[in-house]
Design a protein around this ligand. Structure first.
Ligand code: F0G
Length: 479
């Protein structure tokens, strides 16, 4: 943050834009039609109909000039490519781990780790689940146990490390069921509770318990960049540590680290790292089976070059601070307007609390999904529902009500300008003033697994037309 003469703080961009992509802002009638055609599911919108794509930071971060130029010198070969060795070397430096198995993206790592280590009846304790992680574990008959603290699910909190694991819960579980625990998983930048970090101290304490009960510790490092920024800026004991020292310290505590390089490294791919040859040997055979040969694992060599450079750049404080600073700026502007958002502001994106934004919509009518559809109609802004819609029904077909109803507005790294952020703030503000107009959604087509990806829904009344009419009355024109 830079302090202006006026005293105001500004998240100044430490980069300049040299390649641009033209955007399109469809008018409000076109937006209403587009969201209807998409079954009120923002995943099913076409990107040409989206003005600000805040769906995710996955594979949509800006690349640096250094990454782009590295892509030109990629060594294209099925086996033994020099590109692989460059990426392997970059990872060895980054995590200090000897072995690396390449995969095409993060969930592919989860597939392989679950296939190798999770048996029917096993438990996998974690600070919080991620959708694809849980699906892969459940597919093998495993059960995810979330050992978060009470503060982790509080919307307004001053807990700087809401992603911490509750150590008492872990100790108790390990004492009772150590032989049934496949592994302990820690997720950096805990996605589904609002991109919230864990502290290095918490990871050390988790490791102590793992050692005591002989449990394997697995780190999901997909959102490591944000978590790293928060450790550096919020954890007193780490203030004077270099970023690479912090990463190496984290890695030292883990048996396996996996990541989505659609987030970490700002390109597209993934991988599994470890210092333990035996663990690697057990997973290795699945790479050619599911992913591709061991020296590319389903990734394009160009992307692999970009990841190698992206990892180096993740150790640059200017680079990793841009996302969290923009997110805090956006959250602060929303808070000034009394709009409910998750605090402290985390990584990945700004998270609106749909449970209170749309307190009149019952959870089985998907308040966060309804808010996502309404915000697209209002501003051409595409967010992602992270609430009951992203859950699955139980074996009796009963809805699993999510503990949080969030609309995640991702800020892919170095992609949006501050005026675009302020446009989003303004349209969210208008929607908040008119929130009583937002109604619920119901399924017209409901897939059984990961239904949020391609489920189709419709509004429970004509609320969307009323919202459109109010917008036209207030703004005069239709943009
Ligand atoms: N782990 C975490 C913490 C993630 O956030 C993701 C993806 C994955 C694993 C899976 O990685 O997409 O490369 O297969 N999160 C994306 C998101 C999809 O939008 O938050 P992937």
């Amino acid at each position: 943050m830079i302090k202006l003469f006026s005293g105001q703080e500004l998240p100044l961009e430490m980069h300049k834009v040299r390649i641009v992509q033209k955007l399109n802002l469809p008018n409000i009638d076109e937006r209403q039609k587009a969201i209807t055609d998409a079954g009120n599911n923002t995943f099913l919108l076409k990107n040409k109909d989206v003005f600000l794509d805040m769906l995710t930071d996955s594979g949509s971060n800006a690349m640096s000039d250094r990454q782009q130029s590295a892509m030109f010198i990629a060594d294209d070969s099925y086996a033994g490519s020099e590109t692989f060795y460059r990426l392997e070397n970059a990872l060895q430096k980054f995590f200090g781990m000897k072995y690396f198995l390449p995969t095409h993206q993060g969930r592919a790592c989860e597939n392989i780790i679950s296939e190798t280590f999770v048996k029917d009846g096993d438990f996998v304790p974690m600070n919080y689940h991620f959708t694809t992680t849980r699906a892969h574990i459940a597919k093998r008959g495993g059960t995810v146990l979330e050992l978060f603290k009470d503060s982790s699910l509080e919307i307004k909190s001053d807990d700087l490390f809401k992603g911490n694991m509750d150590l008492d819960k872990l100790e108790k579980l390990a004492a009772e069921k150590a032989d049934k625990i496949a592994f302990v998983r820690m997720e950096a930048g805990t996605n589904l509770i609002g991109g919230q970090p864990f502290s290095l101290q918490n990871l050390k304490d988790v490791k102590k318990i793992c050692e005591k009960y002989n449990l394997m510790l697995v780190l999901d490092a997909s959102l490591l960049a944000d978590n790293l920024y928060f450790i550096k800026t919020r954890e007193e004991a780490c203030k004077n540590m270099e970023l690479n020292e912090i990463v190496l310290k984290m890695a030292e505590l883990c048996d396996i680290i996996y990541f989505s390089a659609r987030k970490l490294g700002c390109a597209r791919g993934g991988g599994i790292c470890s210092n333990n040859e035996d663990l690697i040997e057990r997973m290795k055979e699945f790479i050619p089976l599911f992913e591709g040969f061991l020296t590319y694992g389903g990734m394009s060599v160009r992307e692999m070059e970009a990841i190698a450079v992206g990892l180096e750049e993740t150790l640059d404080f200017d680079m990793i601070s841009q996302g969290p600073m923009f997110i805090k700026y956006m959250a602060d502007r929303l808070i000034e307007r009394n709009i409910p958002v998750i605090t402290p502001a985390g990584g990945l994106g700004c998270h609106l609390d749909a449970m209170s934004f749309c307190s009149h919509i019952p959870q089985n009518e998907y308040p966060a999904g309804a808010l996502a559809a309404a915000l697209y109609i209002t501003g051409g802004i595409r967010g992602m529902e992270r609430g009951t819609l992203s859950e699955e029904r139980d074996e009796n077909g009963i809805e699993t009500l999510s503990s949080m109803e969030l609309l995640r507005l991702a800020l892919p790294r170095r992609v949006f300008t501050l005026s675009q952020v302020m446009f989003a703030v303004d349209r969210i503000d208008w929607l908040f003033q008119n929130r009583e107009l937002i109604g619920g959604l119901k399924f017209t087509k409901e897939p059984k697994i990961l239904r949020f990806f391609f489920g189709m829904l419709e509004p429970t009344s004509d609320w969307q037309s009323k919202l459109v009419n109010k917008f036209k009355a207030d703004f005069g024109d239709s943009l």
